[in-house]
Design a protein around this ligand. Structure first.
Ligand SMILES: CC(C)(COP(=O)(O)OP(=O)(O)OC[C@H]1O[C@@H](n2cnc3c(N)ncnc32)[C@H](O)[C@@H]1OP(=O)(O)O)[C@@H](O)C(=O)NCCC(=O)NCCS
Length: 154
């Protein structure tokens, strides 16, 4: 088992892993990860780590550095995290988060943060075990096409 940087040739494996991590009912805008779609996440403010076992990708973590208004240091945002079901509880998730944290420190970030769907209680136990604190509540609204916002009275 090793943790390495993702490459453009990982697109198909990343697609399979991401689909594996999605809800039973995907959102309408969940799409396939192509090489073109993966490319922007391999550079700039992103760091993409793959857990590889016997030449196969069995997990990944994607982390982004971003600025926050009023913060003196940037934060690292853990955008995606998954380990293949048959490889769970072997410490691979921990190694991936370690890699993300090391990267966050190299970037000079002051915090590492993520959002997780409320029903992912196993993932919550995982993050708590790794020293993450519960913090805030996350909200999301799916934007239906063709329903622009309106100011009341206008
Ligand atoms: C969350 C996830 C990435 C954890 O990966 P993993 O490789 O199984 O995690 P690790 O083996 O490194 O676990 C480290 C510690 O976290 C805790 N932990 C991990 N999974 C847990 C679970 N299902 N229930 C309770 N605690 C858990 C344990 O303390 C574990 O240490 P231990 O096995 O020595 O007891 C994996 O379960 C997963 O991919 N889940 C589906 C996708 C998902 O929910 N992603 C996160 C979206 S926010």
């Amino acid at each position: 088992m090793r943790i390495r940087r993702a490459r453009i040739t990982d697109a198909a494996a990343v697609d399979a892993l991401l689909a594996h991590s999605h809800e039973a009912k995907p959102l309408p805008f969940h799409g396939k990860v192509t090489t073109r779609g993966l490319a922007p996440f391999l550079r700039g403010d992103w760091a993409f780590f793959i857990a590889e076992h016997g030449g196969a990708a069995v997990g990944f973590v994607l982390v982004q550095r971003r600025a926050r208004l009023g913060y003196t240091r940037r934060e690292a945002w853990l955008a995606n995290m998954v380990v293949l079901e048959t490889y769970r509880r072997r410490g691979i998730g921990r190694l991936l988060v370690d890699a993300a944290e090391r990267q966050a420190r190299r970037w000079g970030c002051g915090t590492i943060r993520l959002e997780s769907r409320a029903h992912r209680t196993e993932a919550h136990a995982f993050y708590r075990a790794l020293g993450f604190d519960d913090h805030g509540v996350s909200f999301e609204k799916v934007l239906e096409p063709g329903s622009p916002g309106r100011v009341r009275g206008s």
